[in-house]
Design a protein around this ligand. Structure first.
Ligand SMILES: C[S@@+](CC[C@H](N)C(=O)[O-])C[C@H]1O[C@@H](n2cnc3c(N)ncnc32)[C@H](O)[C@@H]1O
Length: 331
């Protein structure tokens, strides 16, 4: 089978990568252009007779993952510095107003799922990974948890988080690094990583991140993640890998988790990454065209689609986009 170029190009993250590249200094742009050309070169090579397609695929995957992993930190540092707020951590290119509505839906689903699982949060300690602006840190506090530790891979987020939540512990941490020391081991009742882990493009580091969260949880503790959970092969973009539900389930089980629930976070409002429906993709493009072109129109589009989205989410069990999964660490 030839190298599947489409899988590197069709992700929603592609738009974000493109916009990000436009903001890079000149030398960064040439690196980025050369880097983007790798899948194309690979695709051409894979058509030559006598070339082992799976080896090419494996090599390109490793090169892309390693190169990207090295630049991941600066990608987020630059992205969040240039656009601090809900667009920076949300869907880049759709403007702050539309992203604010996307986050309202996230809040609705998150609080509904958490309240249906746990009645009393007052004794619980939470570790939030990849906190960004601290949207979920705020939600954990609104649920009345005993403590929250906020973390992020970037200095800019950690500094802003510390300014926003002076009473909280805010740490710089790369979720894919092997856990050092035992300070965080078996310490938390809940670990959350919302829209974070799919940004770890290297599969080994992703597996390590799952192992890490397992180590930091107390036995019986909960892991809460938002991912795309693809029903098919993984979709790889430069700064995002949407892994398959089966792959993620296997890694979670290996790390000692059982899945408690999985609920759609979006029906219509976010890019339908986990859907082959052309109709749904066309609908999403039309829906997001106004805020893409004139950002303030996101207020109107968001307000109109929000009630429909909320209703759809109260009905559907499988979503075409990001989903929220809750897992329990086995005792
Ligand atoms: C899409 S944003 C989501 C932020 C926040 N969780 C939210 O939902 O609003 C991803 C965040 O994860 C951080 N991040 C990316 N890779 C990370 C890693 N390997 N370890 C820790 N944080 C990471 C980024 O800096 C960014 O703040």
């Amino acid at each position: 089978m030839p190298f599947d170029l489409r899988r590197y190009e069709t992700l929603s993250g592609h738009t974000a990568d493109f916009i990000y590249r436009k903001n890079l200094p000149e030398h960064g742009k040439s690196f980025s252009r050369a880097f983007s050309a790798l899948p194309v070169v690979c695709s051409l090579l894979s058509h030559l007779p006598g070339i082992d397609k799976s080896t090419i695929q494996h090599v390109i995957h490793r090169v892309v993952a390693t190169k990207t992993e090295n630049s991941l930190e600066s990608y987020w540092e630059n992205r969040l510095t240039a656009n601090w707020g809900l667009e920076g951590v949300g869907y880049y290119g759709l403007g702050r107003p539309y992203n604010t509505w996307l986050y309202r839906i996230r809040k609705l689903v998150f609080l509904r799922q958490m309240k249906s699982l746990i009645e009393d949060f007052s004794d619980l300690s939470v570790l939030d990974i990849g906190s960004g602006t601290g949207f979920y840190v705020d939600l954990w506090r609104s649920l009345g948890v005993n403590s929250v530790v906020a973390t992020d891979i970037t200095n800019v987020a950690v500094k802003n988080l510390q300014d926003r939540f002076p009473d909280l512990r805010c740490l710089r941490l790369d979720a894919g690094d092997k856990l050092q020391g035992d300070e965080h081991v078996a310490r938390y009742d809940i670990v959350s990583a919302m829209d974070v882990l799919f940004h770890i493009v290297d599969d080994k580091r992703y597996r390590q991140a799952i192992q890490n969260v397992s180590q930091t949880l107390k036995p019986g503790g909960h892991l809460v993640i938002a991912e795309n959970f693809i029903h098919g092969p993984a979709l790889r973009a430069t700064y995002q890998v949407s892994r398959s539900l089966s792959e993620i389930t296997e890694m979670l089980q290996e790390a000692g988790f059982e899945i408690v629930s999985r609920a759609p976070m979006f029906a219509l409002m976010n890019y339908p990454t986990d859907s082959n429906s052309r109709l749904l993709k066309i609908f999403w493009r039309l829906l997001t065209l106004p805020p893409k072109v004139i950002s303030p129109l996101g207020h109107i589009v968001g307000a109109l689609i929000y009630p429909v989205e909320a209703l759809a989410l109260s009905i559907i069990k499988e979503g075409p986009s990001t989903e929220m999964m809750i897992c329990k660490k086995r005792i």
